[in-house]
Ligand binder design. Structure first.
Ligand code: 6PG
Length: 468
């Protein structure tokens, strides 16, 4: 039997993705060096046209020509190692798909190397975790267009669907798929931190119990904030701890780990000169959270702020809902602005309306608001920033007073709000016709003769002997 699709790496993601492929009627072959993983997939295969092996030669013989081989192995050196091991045994035109969270520079390098050897390559972002891989992820493929056409029907079949439309589309050239997935994760970091800050305000100023937080998030998920992250947050606050009387959330150590995709987003944004302060703030807060012991000591030395408590929980919850919605929109705005610039600078040829479209389902940042974002970019494909879109202008103006009030309340009560306030300040800066950076230019010219331009000039540069 010749199989339609091969998967290397039968860990959680690979195994579930392959089962999904087989469920859609494609024959599916799996390879993992761990005999237990291969055996357990064979056990689960049942009626499906599916077989797993630990033998690479056998696996390669099982696949139809041209071979379509997807890798779901940990990003980094392992990807190169697997590719190296495959290369001597592949035929011209075979296709390798890297479905992990690879760095886009690695993807660009691998694409170049493989194409030079006549092997086609796709760098594909897959989002949605274990459940997504099994039931329908959002899939962000980039690279060789003919390779995309070759696997389009399979990827469309396995992807999540929204309004019957598949949450997969060709993203663009080169490393486009992994770049889009990286920015997806940057936005994910931002949204998670924004939700965490909102929770902090609810419990420390609002006096909300875990049950009340659970109810509030459940209710928010019925409205404009409807999203996967709000939904799972509601569930998290309903979870009891099986070791104590309380809720599990209160037993979890407040030190957040990271695998790097949020940091990569910030790094790339810095390189391209695109501000993404809410994503930066989220990465920074994971860093700050890691100084747990220091925080305990410093907390004692500086003492705690007396926090005022809110008089009306319902009004406060509405303010928080507005602030969260505002900052969600601004986080998407930052990520998409980065994509727009990266697309031009790196020649990725991204289509942002398509990107928003495939993020509507399956992925971690899926949210109802992405339909409006899709429409904003469909109406204006060259839209520089979401805040310039008429689709969002009215909404942002209406939400603004709540965001300001929330930031003020947090500041007065000594509660850190790095991400949420960064979204506000990002907005206030982008809509400010004048910023005080004329002074920065004057200072640069003062100490470094770096020159400045004049408002009434025509792009000419000036230098002043300051104070003389
Ligand atoms: C997804 C997730 C997934 C993974 C993150 C976690 O889209 O399905 O983003 O890729 O869970 O990489 O990232 P951190 O460990 O950095 O939080």
């Amino acid at each position: 039997m010749q199989y339609d699709f091969g998967m290397i790496g039968l860990g959680t993601m690979g195994r579930n993705f392959l089962l999904n492929v087989a469920d859609k009627g494609f024959s599916a072959a799996g390879l993992d060096l761990d005999p237990e993983k291969a055996a357990s997939l064979n056990e689960e295969a049942g009626h499906r046209k599916m077989q797993a092996t630990t033998d690479q030669a056998e696996f390669l013989q099982m696949l139809k020509s041209p071979r379509r081989i997807m890798l779901l192995v940990p990003a980094g050196k392992i990807v190169d190692k697997v590719i190296e091991g495959l290369l001597p045994h592949l035929d011209q035109g075979d296709l390798i798909i890297d479905g992990g969270n690879s760095h886009y520079n690695d993807t660009a390098r691998r694409a170049e190397n493989l194409n030079a050897k006549g092997i086609r390559f796709l760098g594909v972002g897959v989002s949605g975790g274990e459940e997504g891989a099994r039931r329908g992820p959002s899939i962000m493929p980039g690279g060789d267009f003919s390779a995309w056409e070759d696997v389009q029907s399979i990827l469309e079949a396995v992807s999540a669907k929204v309004d019957r439309e598949p949450c997969v589309a060709y993203m663009g050239k080169g490393a486009a798929g992994h770049y889009v997935k990286m920015v997806h994760n940057g936005i994910e970091y931002g949204m998670m931190q924004l939700i965490a800050e909102t929770y902090d305000l609810m419990r420390r100023i609002g006096g909300f119990s875990n049950e009340e937080i659970h109810e509030t998030f459940t209710q928010w998920n019925q409205g404009p904030l409807q999203s996967f992250l709000i939904e799972i947050t509601a569930t998290i606050f309903g979870q009891k701890d099986d070791k104590t009387e309380g809720h599990l959330i209160d037993a979890i150590l407040d030190k957040a780990k990271q695998k790097g995709t949020g940091k990569w987003t910030s790094q790339s944004a810095m390189d391209l000169g695109v501000p993404v302060p809410t994503i930066d703030a989220a990465v920074t807060m994971r860093g700050l959270s890691s100084f747990f012991d220091f925080r305990q000591e410093a907390g004692q030395k500086y003492g705690s702020f007396p926090t005022e408590s809110i008089e009306n929980k319902t009004t406060f919850a509405i303010q928080l809902e507005h602030a969260l919605l505002f900052s969600f929109i601004l986080t998407y705005a930052q990520g998409l602005h980065l994509l727009a610039v990266a697309s031009k600078e790196m020649g990725l040829e991204l289509n942002l309306s398509e990107t928003a479209k495939i993020w509507r389902g399956g992925c971690i940042i899926r949210a109802e608001i992405l339909e409006d974002i899709r429409q904003a970019y469909a109406a204006r494909p060259d839209l520089e920033n979401l805040i310039a879109s008429s689709v969002f202008r009215g909404r942002l103006k209406t939400l603004l007073s709540s965001v300001r009030a929330v930031v003020e309340t947090a500041t007065q009560n000594g509660i850190p709000l790095l991400a949420l306030s960064s979204a506000l300040h990002y907005f206030e800066s982008l809509r400010a016709p004048r910023l005080p950076l004329n002074l920065v230019q004057a200072q640069r010219d003062y100490f470094g003769a770096h020159t400045y331009e004049r408002l009434d000039g025509d792009g000419e540069t000036y230098h002043t002997e300051w104070g003389k």
